[in-house]
Ligand binder design. Structure first.
Ligand SMILES: Nc1ncnc2c1ncn2[C@@H]1O[C@H](COP(=O)(O)OP(=O)(O)OP(=O)(O)O)[C@@H](O)[C@H]1O
Length: 210
């Protein structure tokens, strides 16, 4: 589903974080990416998620060279294929939680009514259904992470990228999140999770050490 071929990247060209790096992530698997702090794990997710361009090498999405696409086509591919659950949850502080969750569905052209219904179902499933009308600044860190997960899952992404998704969660909530990753993989997605959490790594199908 997703392949990195000979990927090289560094913010500072004297210190590359990735040097001709190769990996393949198949539909149906949940893969943990681990490694020491500062090694480049979040950066790798930005590259795999087409938010950063590699200095050389390619990211292939379903066999298509996504690194070579125009900015507009890349943005479209991101919205149609990827789901992101990032460390800071990246929620828009000026809009309600519900509006944050449905944002990409609206961008994809889904009517507001059906996106709201699906979002409310997902948010109830993850225990944040009662926070729909709150602003992101009024929810806890753990709730923000689950809200970001709802936003990502609403679009049934074929590639789900998550950065420390259980970092702020108690064990019961973390377990619900991991179950959701496996359900998404079982539906034919590739799920890639950056984490330091040994419990989460143990529940992944495979581990890549950066
Ligand atoms: N936008 C940026 N510009 C310059 N350097 C950056 C930028 N973002 C990250 N870095 C540096 O790149 C390196 C890798 O950062 P990254 O966040 O990818 O690491 P990480 O493995 O995810 O770390 P952690 O486990 O602490 O989250 C770090 O040394 C970081 O300081």
């Amino acid at each position: 589903m997703l392949e990195a071929k000979e990927l090289s990247f560094g913010y500072d060209s004297a210190r590359p974080l990735l040097d001709r790096w190769n990996a393949r992530f198949d539909a149906g698997e949940v893969v943990a990416v681990t490694g020491p702090s500062g090694r480049g794990k979040s950066t790798l997710l930005y590259l795999l998620g087409l938010m950063l361009k590699p200095q050389s090498g390619t990211v292939l999405v379903a066999g298509e060279n996504a690194s070579g696409l125009s900015d507009g086509r890349r943005a479209h591919l991101r919205a149609s294929t990827f789901g992101f659950v990032f460390q800071d949850a990246a929620l828009d502080a000026t809009r309600t939680v519900l509006d944050n969750v449905i944002e990409t569905a609206l961008y994809r052209g889904e009517p507001r009514g059906s996106s709201i219904r699906r979002a409310q179902d997902l948010m109830s499933q993850f225990g944040v259904g009662l926070r729909a009308q709150a602003k992101p600044g009024q929810v806890s860190g753990g709730q923000a992470q689950r809200i970001a997960l709802c936003r990502a899952l609403l679009n049934d992404p074929r590639v789900l990228l998550a950065d420390e998704p259980t970092g702020n969660l108690d064990p019961a909530s973390a377990s619900i999140v991991v179950d959701a990753f496996h359900a998404q993989a079982a539906s034919g997605a590739a799920v890639i999770v950056v984490t330091h959490d040994p419990t989460l790594v143990a529940r992944c199908d495979r581990k890549i050490e950066l």
